[in-house]
Design a binder for this molecule. Structure first.
Ligand code: COA
Length: 260
């Protein structure tokens, strides 16, 4: 696959997706969003890939938001399509069926913050700056930010960030729970590699089931969420990996999962 705005690499079970417009702080042009959708669609179908590392090129930004030059010329219909395209991408990432680790080194603003929130886990460096500054441009978050921010953070905090456009640093993002971990830049690669290794050591079906239970469960009633959980739990009981995990515990040895 040849892309202009996105780099894609695959190493065994790990796919690396890099937003690649460093001179524009990886601003999400329409082409970038379309290319990201293509890349993530192919990853979703690729059974070899078990974990995705999602980052931005250049060391200054994950992504500094939707491309403002392209936004400026949108009318109502264009704006709707702009937003829908972003939603499709974020929903694809959130429901990929394999963990996506967003690596936030620098700015993750607007659409960048929204993409990061669609990822499964967020690891930031100390230089991370996050927020939804759209209000300062006369608009609102359009890639799911009003919805994901208010589900990830307490509603009042999300409301404050959305209404003021305030940009928060890595420490505050960690304190609020917007990122899972903050690491020093020179330790970033090792931290990400270690975390990916940890995810890869887990049984793939249970990983997928767990993500599905959480992602679908939070959108429905508690009762319905429990029903979803029960069905997925039952399905794990039909896997060899579940038998292996339980046997390994009883035999006091490390489990060796095969993905079956
Ligand atoms: N859309 C289009 N271009 C963007 C962009 C965006 N969201 N964010 C940054 N860029 C471009 C700048 O226009 C500049 O391009 P140029 O060199 O051709 O002039 C380049 O990226 C570098 O950005 P610059 O503003 O010079 O860097 P900075 O370090 O001074 O400031 C930010 C960094 C992130 C504070 C600033 O770029 C910014 O506020 N960006 C917009 C953030 C935003 O509102 N996002 C939500 C969009 S809906």
């Amino acid at each position: 696959m040849g892309f202009e705005c996105v780099k894609f690499e695959k190493e065994d079970a790990v796919a690396k997706v890099i937003i690649n417009r460093p001179d524009k702080l990886n601003a999400l042009s329409i082409k970038t969003v379309i290319e990201l959708h293509e890349v993530f669609s192919s990853i979703k179908k690729d059974d070899e890939v078990r974990v995705v590392v999602f980052s931005g090129a250049g060391g200054k930004a994950f992504a500094a938001g939707a491309d403002i030059g392209e936004l400026l010329v949108q009318d109502m219909i264009g704006g709707k399509n702009f937003s829908l395209r972003g939603h499709e991408l974020c929903n694809l990432i959130e429901n990929l069926g394999k963990p996506v680790v967003a690596v936030i080194d620098g700015f993750a603003l607007g659409g960048g913050c929204e993409l990061a929130m669609a990822a499964t886990i967020r690891i930031a460096t100390e230089s991370a700056k996050m927020g939804q500054p759209e209000i300062n441009l006369g608009t609102i978050a359009g890639y799911g930010g009003t919805q994901r921010l208010s589900r990830l953070l307490p509603r009042g905090v999300a409301m404050e960030l959305l209404l003021t456009g305030r940009i928060i640093d890595a420490g505050e993002a960690l304190r609020l729970g917007l990122v899972n971990k903050v690491v020093k830049r020179d330790e970033l690669q090792k931290e990400v590699d270690d975390f990916v290794k940890l995810l890869l050591s887990k049984p793939p079906f249970a990983t997928k089931a767990c993500m599905e239970a959480v992602n679908h469960g939070v959108e429905v009633s508690f009762e319905e969420g429990c029903r979803i959980e029960t069905n997925l739990f039952a399905m794990t009981c039909g896997t060899q990996d579940m038998k292996e995990g339980m046997k390994a515990f009883l035999e006091k040895r490390k489990a060796s999962f095969t993905g079956k």
